[in-house]
Design a protein around this ligand. Structure first.
Ligand SMILES: NC(=O)c1ccc[n+]([C@@H]2O[C@H](COP(=O)([O-])OP(=O)(O)OC[C@H]3O[C@@H](n4cnc5c(N)ncnc54)[C@H](O)[C@@H]3O)[C@@H](O)[C@H]2O)c1
Length: 340
């Protein structure tokens, strides 16, 4: 990446050091990035992470109440001239209490050469898109040829996981969904059936999903105490589990006995362990997701491996996707210029 050239390009559109571009949620969402684009950008971020060509200290946070967190997520990915920080919160009770999303936030981007802020944007849509992209990229390596995919949690993440899986896991025949709120699962099926080309099946119980699916993901709720909704006895060799919600949803024995326990970021997982999110301790980690996606570590090696790959979310993905959103907005009338 030629940083000087990049800076010159940005400076054609905004006064670096004098103003920033503010992009709202609607503008990010309608900037013109497809799911294929997001997958490509997320892959670039994961490859950079796997190749250790990045800087990303583990999230620091504040915690006004039990089981809520705000995280500062800085990252630098030189290959994409992407440097900045996401400031995000997770309030699990927001949907019930305030009819607001569990997770909202802002992303700040900076000019690599001068450090000046160049953009502030909503990060809700970016988070909603890059998270399933990580799941799908991991699934392509860890469970190629899956036919039945199971999704636990039918909220923002569940819906995007269904869209990404149907578009980018080419052998899938069915997606089974479960939510503690049956109306959420029913709503997902009613809304997404017309746009996806695989069969969507509403599961009556979590066990139905574990019995029907070889590949599963969960995006429900993150709490310090594990809920153990999926019990260890139900899980069999050959399955691949890709939680987005740490080990809250899953019996922790599953990760302990898995043939491979992979995490997106060892540093982040250790941090959550220190905060008390792994009451029995973090299982032994095999490698990081980016190493698999970069081809530095093997994907699935045999049909009977039990694999758990926990992706808690990495800022490298946010800044790379955010930078692409910013690039597309330059030279258009999208966004609002704010004086520094
Ligand atoms: N790994 C990441 O990068 C990443 C990114 C964003 C969000 N998340 C996490 O993903 C989770 C979901 O986020 P979201 O924005 O989709 O939230 P959401 O509130 O839109 O959806 C969550 C869904 O899970 C359901 N649910 C809650 N408890 C359940 C249970 N015990 N069994 C089955 N379903 C249950 C809820 O009814 C709801 O429909 C949160 O824990 C969030 O912190 C992770």
């Amino acid at each position: 990446m030629d940083f000087a050239q990049d800076r010159k390009h940005i400076a054609e559109y905004i006064d670096i050091g004098g103003e920033i571009l503010y992009l709202g949620r609607h503008e990010c969402e309608n900037i013109g990035l497809t799911r294929s684009d997001i997958l490509e950008l997320t892959e670039a971020a994961l490859v950079a992470h796997g190749q250790k060509d990045y800087e990303m200290p583990a999230k620091i946070g504040v915690h006004p109440y039990d089981d809520v967190f705000y995280h500062a997520m800085p990252a630098y990915v030189p290959a994409r001239a992407a440097v900045g920080m996401k400031w995000i919160e997770c309030y699990p009770n927001n949907p019930a209490k305030f009819d607001l999303p569990q997770t909202t936030g802002l992303l700040v981007l900076n000019d690599v050469m001068s450090g000046c802020p160049i953009a502030v944007m909503d990060s809700t849509w970016i988070t909603a898109m890059r998270t399933p992209a990580v799941t799908i990229l991991a699934a392509q390596k860890l469970h190629p040829r899956a036919k039945d995919f199971g999704m636990f949690g039918c909220g923002v993440q569940g819906r995007e996981h269904v869209r990404f899986a149907s578009e980018h896991l080419s052998t899938l025949e069915r997606i089974h969904v479960y939510d503690v709120d049956p109306a959420a699962a029913g709503g997902l099926i009613a809304d997404l059936s017309p746009e996806v080309d695989v069969e969507l099946v509403q599961a009556n119980t979590p066990r139905d999903i574990v019995e029907s699916c070889e590949l599963m993901s969960s995006a429900t709720i993150i709490t310090k105490e594990t809920l153990c909704v999926v019990q260890d006895e139900w899980v069999r060799p050959g399955q691949t589990i890709l939680p987005c919600d740490l080990n809250t949803f899953w019996d922790p024995r599953i990760s302990r006995r898995a043939d491979r326990y992979i995490v997106d970021s060892l540093d982040e997982h250790r941090l959550f362990e220190d905060m008390g999110y792994f009451p029995d301790g973090l299982p032994a980690v095999d490698c990081e997701t980016g190493e698999i996606v970069a081809g530095l570590r093997p994907g699935r090696a045999s049909d009977d491996e039990l694999i758990v790959c926990s992706n808690i979310g990495m800022a490298v993905c946010d800044v790379v996707v955010g930078r692409a959103v910013f690039d597309l907005a330059l030279g258009t009338d999208r966004g609002i210029r704010l004086t520094l």
